[in-house]
Design a protein around this ligand. Structure first.
Ligand code: TRP
Length: 473
């Protein structure tokens, strides 16, 4: 079968390049920083099981759908939706807005990770007992975390304005495997600490009494966040994918890698956490508090060296994700509004950094400043993770399930019959009926259980406004 793209579009240099770029976007702070602390706050095993179910039934299906949409239209998110119907282009714009809001807090944590490279070298690990206090003092300070965030943001701007291909891809190809190995080492160390069994029980024996609507919504949001779904990122990646690539296989690989890293991170953290007699529900500081303690317990130069390496790898994993987020906004400005790449990147980067200054300060001096019941950091996090991405995913499923011809989808996914995808009919059924309904139920239960009802209504209102004014965007 010969499927020539309509216009010549730049393709990935190699299949490995695509997998690394897509996996690089997926694997980031979401897996190593966010997943463990959410699992810790939401009771461990039960959260893990719900999360895995969402990954298998919803995450994989949407990953495949996004890549299919991208390759079929040969366009990035806004254009891909527009090619189905102009009234759907707002879903792409919603994705751009999501990327923008995530980048209001992601660089703050990216800054923490990079600061910890230096702190590992200069005595962070000197005493195990001091580590939690060091984290608290650091993030609630004003200048220090802001300067690290700005440095992190500057690197993002340099990479995206110069093009993502060379530097970052080369670095990612080395650092992603290194991260994997380091997490493996930490996990083994963690599991073999005396008293680690309790942590394994917490992680693998579900306690269903901890589960309510907000747990389920948190697990769904985390599945989307971790896989970079629900905002058109994977549509854009798919648009660069060659017509002879095997889409189901690519989607499985990215989903599999991402989930493995999240599981490894949990295995690294929880056994040690319980071995050290600490609280699992300690929120966003979790990795920054537990992992250094593991290294401190190893002692000496080895502990210091591994700690430096770990935070270098974490920073790079974060970078490969945040450049994909910045790129979503920049590509939109270039494609739809004829911006120059450099100008678009710098302007976007500056606005994001400004928002991130407030997100950073909300850990300290601005912690009492609330918008609709949440501080700036949580406002951005809840809005994107609990509303925008879930709704974005549901809308994608509806568009793919109801407004794209089934034969066209089948043709695209099987490369015109050249490859087999035995699950096609199940996948299609999931997209058409199960996923929109499931996300709807989870959203309603979650929104009812979450405290920030005003914020939820604000988010839904924003989506409605976008839908109405979409043609102007
Ligand atoms: N998946 C990334 C992480 O886990 C974050 C990320 C990158 C993302 N691109 C995205 C999240 C697009 C949502 C949408 O850290």
């Amino acid at each position: 079968m010969d499927h020539k793209p309509k216009q010549a579009r730049e393709n990935w240099g190699s299949r490995f390049g695509f997998i690394m770029a897509a996996a690089g976007s997926a694997v980031g702070l979401g897996n190593i920083w966010r997943f463990p602390y959410l699992a810790g706050e939401n009771g461990g095993g039960a959260f893990l099981l719900i999360y895995l179910a969402f990954i298998v039934f919803i995450g994989f299906s949407i990953m495949l759908a996004e890549q299919t949409m991208g390759r079929m239209s040969q366009l990035s998110a806004v254009g891909a939706y527009k090619s189905v119907s102009p009234r759907f282009s707002f879903i792409g714009v919603l994705g751009v807005l999501t990327a923008f809001f995530i980048m209001g807090f992601y660089p703050v944590v990216g800054g923490w990770a990079s600061a910890y490279i230096v702190k590992s070298a200069t005595g962070l690990l000197a005493s195990q007992e001091a580590i939690p206090g060091i984290f608290g003092a650091f993030v609630s300070g004003s200048w220090e975390p802001i300067l690290w965030m700005l440095g992190y943001m500057a690197v993002n701007i340099i990479i995206v304005s110069g093009g993502v291909k060379d530097g970052i891809e080369k670095a990612a190809k080395v650092m992603m495997p290194l991260l994997f190995i380091l997490l493996g080492i930490i996990a083994i160390r963690s599991i073999t600490l005396p008293g680690a069994g309790e942590g394994l029980r917490f992680l693998f024996v579900p306690d269903w009494s901890k589960v309510d609507g907000s747990t389920v919504l948190a697990a769904l949001g985390q599945a989307f966040f971790s896989l970079s779904l629900g905002m058109g990122c994977m549509i854009t990646f798919g648009s660069y994918l060659g017509k002879d690539e095997n889409l189901p296989q690519n989607a499985s690989l990215v989903v599999g890698l991402d989930t493995t890293v999240a599981l490894l991170a949990a295995l690294a953290i929880f056994p040690a956490l319980f071995a050290f007699g600490m609280e699992p529900a300690q929120g966003p500081g979790l990795v920054f508090v537990v992992v250094p303690q593991i290294f401190a317990s190893m002692g000496g130069i080895l502990g210091t060296l591994l700690s430096i390496l770990f935070f270098v790898a974490l920073t790079l994993a974060a970078l490969t994700s945040s450049v994909s987020l910045l790129e979503v906004v920049v590509a939109y400005l270039i494609d739809q509004h004829n911006f120059d790449r450099k100008k678009a990147t710098i302007a976007t980067g500056i606005v994001m950094a400004t928002v991130a200054v407030f997100a950073s300060l909300s850990m300290g001096v601005l912690s009492d400043f609330h918008i609709l019941g949440a501080n700036v950091f949580d406002f951005l996090d809840i809005l994107t993770d609990k509303i925008f991405m879930a709704i974005g995913g549901a809308l994608l499923a509806i568009v793919v399930g109801w407004f794209v011809r089934k034969e066209d989808l089948q043709n695209e996914i099987t490369n015109g019959g050249a490859i087999k995808f035995g699950l096609f009919n199940i996948w299609y059924f999931l997209m058409k009926f199960v996923i929109p309904v499931a996300i709807g139920i989870v959203a309603v239960l979650g929104i009812a259980a979450v405290e920030q009802t005003g914020l939820m209504i604000f988010g839904l209102g924003l989506i409605a406004v976008l839908a109405i004014f979409s043609r102007k965007l």
